[in-house]
Ligand binder design. Structure first.
Ligand code: NI
Length: 138
C-alpha cells in the first residue's frame, strides 16, 4: 500500500450521523476505511462510464407521478436514449406512485448516463441500474 495521507473533511452533523450508522451497518472499522472504499467505488464507476463496452440490463425506478412535469421529463429523457432502450413497463403501485422498469442494451457509458439523468428528475424516489451482460465473453 502506498503512504497514507491525512486530510480534513467538513460535513453536516446530520449527514455524519447517517454516515456513522452506515459504517456500523457495513462493518467498517472506522471512517477512513469507509471513505477509502467509497472513493474506490466511484473511481471504478468512472472507468465504467468511459468504457465503449456494451451491456444489457434494467433500470428500475419508483416515482410519484403527481409531481409536476415529472412524466414529461421522464419521457423526454427516454426519447433521447431510444437507441439504448429496448422496452419499458409501467406499473401503478398505488394512487400516487409508479414503478417503471426500463430494459436497456447499449454502451455502458450511455446506459449510466440514462440512469443518472432519470435519477436526477424531481419526484423520482429511487432509480437503480441492474447491470447484466450480453454474455459474449462468458
Ligand atoms: Ni402509474
Amino acid at each position: 500500500m502506498s503512504d497514507l495521507k491525512r486530510f480534513g473533511v467538513s460535513i453536516e452533523e446530520d449527514l455524519l450521523r447517517k454516515f456513522d450508522k452506515f459504517i456500523k451497518e457495513h462493518n467498517y472499522g472506522n471512517r477512513s476505511e469507509a471513505i477509502r472504499d467509497m472513493v474506490r467505488k466511484e473511481l471504478v464507476n468512472e472507468e465504467w462510464v468511459k468504457s465503449e463496452e456494451k451491456i444489457a440490463g434494467a433500470i428500475v425506478m419508483v416515482y410519484n407521478h403527481h409531481k409536476r412535469e415529472l412524466m414529461d421529463n421522464l419521457i423526454d429523457i427516454q426519447h433521447s436514449y431510444q437507441e439504448s432502450i429496448i422496452s419499458s413497463q409501467h406499473i401503478h403501485l398505488d394512487h400516487n406512485r409508479c414503478l417503471e422498469v426500463i430494459i436497456v442494451k447499449g454502451k455502458i457509458g450511455e446506459v449510466y448516463q440514462l440512469e443518472s439523468k432519470l435519477k436526477a428528475v424531481k419526484g423520482v424516489k429511487h432509480a437503480s441500474l441492474a447491470k447484466s451482460t450480453l454474455g459474449k465473453g462468458i
